[in-house]
Design a protein around this ligand. Sequence first.
Ligand code: VGL
Ligand code: ZN
Length: 208
Amino acid sequence: MKALLLVDIQNDFLPGGALEVPRGDEVIPVASRLARSADLVVATKDWHPPDHKSFAPNHPGRKPGDVIDLNGTEQVLWPPHCVQHTPGSELAPGLETSQIAEIFYKGIDPEIDSYSAFFDNRHLRATGLGDYLRERGAEEIFIAGVATDYCVRWTALDAVELGFDTVVVEDGCRGIDLNPGDIKRALEEMRRAGVRIVGSDSLLGAVE
Ligand code: VGL
Ligand code: ZN
C-alpha cells in the first residue's frame, strides 16, 4: 500500500511567513494532486511552544542562522515559527486536506528539535508515525513538503532506515538553502541512502 506524507505544509513556511521557504507555495498544487490519488494521506505539523530552544530570540545575543550546541547536538537557530495554535502553524490555504487521515505533531519539546516526522533530532522519542504507517500496511511512502534540506531530508532518511520504500517527489518539495547548495546536497544524500527521487509527472501522468 502507498502512503503520502505531507511534511510541514504550513503558513509560516510560505513566502512572507516567519520562516519562509523560497517558492514554498509551489508545493501546494503538487501536494494536492498527489493527495487526490493516494491510498492513505498523513500530514505533519511543526508545532513549537513559544519557548522552543530552536528559536533564536530564546538565546540572548544569538541570531537566526547561528548554530549552537543544544543538549549535545548541533542546532541551527531559526526565527520563531509554527508556534502552537497560531495562524502561522496552520496548514497552507489551498492544500487539499480532505484526504488527510491523521496529523502528526513534532517539535513540541522545547529542549529538542524534530526535523524528522518519525523521531526527534537525537532519536530519543518516536512520534508514532512509523507504527501508524506499518499498522496500516504502508510499504511505499511518498514524501512532499518543506523543507527539502531539513524536514523532508530527515524524514526520508528515517523512513529508509525504518525499512519503508521511500520516494521523495522533487517538484512537490522546496528547500531553504541556508548555505547555497544545501538542497542539492540533501537530494544527493537521500539518493545515496536509497531514497528514490522522482517528479510528480511520472507518478500522476498515467492517472490524470
Ligand atoms: C523546518 C526548520 C525548522 C522544516 C522546521 O519544516 O523543514 N525547518 N523547523
Ligand atoms: Zn521548526
